[in-house]
Design a protein around this ligand. Structure first.
Ligand code: HEM
Length: 376
């Protein structure tokens, strides 16, 4: 473990052990401005809730509803329609439909589904790609894609998510636009014959029930269901693998504990460590004046640990924009961990070698080749 504190709340995301730092952040009540980052920081549970509830704190800057780097292309059009990226009317109705459709998914069936897919995709030397492919494939399968289509959908999604990262270059963004077109076309085709009982047919039914009839928005949010699954659930699986590796071997009691492990990791080593809100109008929160155009970093991973948080959890957000996929994400990760526990060679957990993927908000381990004994 690295005993030094991370430099700031963004460096904490991929730091070896950011938790003593997060505890200190959460303990210092109230919003404070980090001049180095140019961001307001909200880390205590009450502060995060206050910002999330404030009507002048929005999920996107007023002046840039779609990041300039992707505006004008297909990926930007998807981004601009996502419930995650909108407030007000463009949020409420689609959110309700997605929430209702996802609430109808049987979590145990989803867990078994991910476990089956996890077993099928397992390769002893492929943990890094396995943890990414399992949840997106499980989600695509629940939505109604055939098994033969899953590798292509997972590959397009891998290219599409580059549009969500501030670190992507022009080449990656070009591929993200092309992948967005492929995914939209894939969903359009799937909608022509949506299998009854599939999650897709549930989303369509709930969209009709709430009067959400904008077809591009629907297609975009179907792509969104896959992209929301992709990185965060991979991170939940990866961080669960690390938590399992840290347990003494005699305490690893088997598959029935996978759900408990995943639940604890989703709170105490959460894959999404922070999110942002953008100040639309000058306002005051907890006596602190915020100016229009400023940004607040909500440190969810710190708020999760705040002893004054009354047990509230923030790893899946809170309030109006709270994640509607929490139960499904935990089910996928649990099924994946069960598959890993039965498939992984006995020494895998002893020989893990990893670093964290560069990201300003997601804590996702990248596993390298297993470390062998030193040569010679
Ligand atoms: C471990 C996996 C996941 C984590 C940690 C996670 C976390 C989050 C967080 C923190 C938010 C709120 C963002 C904010 O308020 O700024 C969110 C929103 C959202 N998540 Fe998840 N999520 C996960 C998996 C999923 C899955 C599997 C789905 C889809 C089935 C999903 C769908 C969504 C959607 C649609 C939103 C936007 C909700 C809104 O804006 O009202 N998420 N998620």
């Amino acid at each position: 473990m690295n005993a030094t504190y991370p430099q700031d709340a963004l460096a904490a995301v991929t730091h070896a052990d950011p938790y003593p730092y997060y505890d200190a952040l959460a303990a210092a009540q109230g919003l404070r401005f980090d001049a180095g980052l140019g961001l307001w920081i909200a880390a205590g549970a009450a502060d995060v809730v206050a910002v999330m509830r404030h009507p002048d704190c929005r999920v996107r800057p007023l002046t840039e509803p779609v990041p300039a780097a992707i505006a004008g292309g297909a990926a930007g059009q998807v981004f601009g329609a996502l419930v995650r990226m909108n407030d007000g009317e463009r949020h409420a109705q689609p959110k309700l439909a997605l929430q209702r459709a996802l609430a109808g998914v049987d979590a145990q069936a989803a867990r078994l589904h991910a476990r089956r897919i996890g077993g099928r995709l397992w390769r002893d030397d492929g943990l890094a790609s396995w943890m990414v492919e399992v949840p997106v494939s499980a989600m695509a399968s629940l939505l109604g894609f055939a098994d033969s289509q899953l590798p292509a959908v997972a590959a397009w999604m891998g290219e599409f998510v580059a549009c969500l990262s501030p670190y992507s270059d022009a080449w990656q963004i070009g591929r993200a636009h092309a992948a967005a077109l492929s995914l939209l076309a894939g969903f359009k085709e799937l909608m022509r014959g949506a299998a009854s009982g599939s999650l897709l047919s549930q989303v369509i039914a709930e969209a009709e029930a709430v009067g959400w009839s904008e077809s591009h928005g629907l297609l975009a949010n179907l792509v969104g269901l896959l992209s929301q699954t992709y990185e965060a659930t991979a991170g939940l699986i990866g961080n669960s693998v690390l938590a399992l590796a840290r347990q003494p071997e005699e305490e690893r009691s088997g598959a029935e504990d996978a759900a408990v492990l995943v639940r604890a990791v989703s709170r105490f080593d959460s894959p999404i460590q922070n999110t942002r809100r953008f100040v639309a109008r000058a306002c005051e929160i907890g006596g602190v004046p915020l100016l229009a155009g400023q940004t607040v970093l909500l440190v969810l991973a710190a708020a999760n640990r705040d002893p004054r948080g009354e047990g509230r959890e923030f790893g899946f957000g809170h309030g109006a924009h709270a994640c509607p996929g929490q139960a499904l994400a935990c089910a996928f990760a649990t099924g994946a961990m069960e598959a890993l526990m039965t498939k992984a060679p006995p020494d895998l957990l002893r020989t893990l070698n990893w670093s964290y993927r560069r990201s300003p908000n997601a804590r996702v381990p990248v596993f390298g080749r297993e470390v062998g004994p030193p040569a010679g």
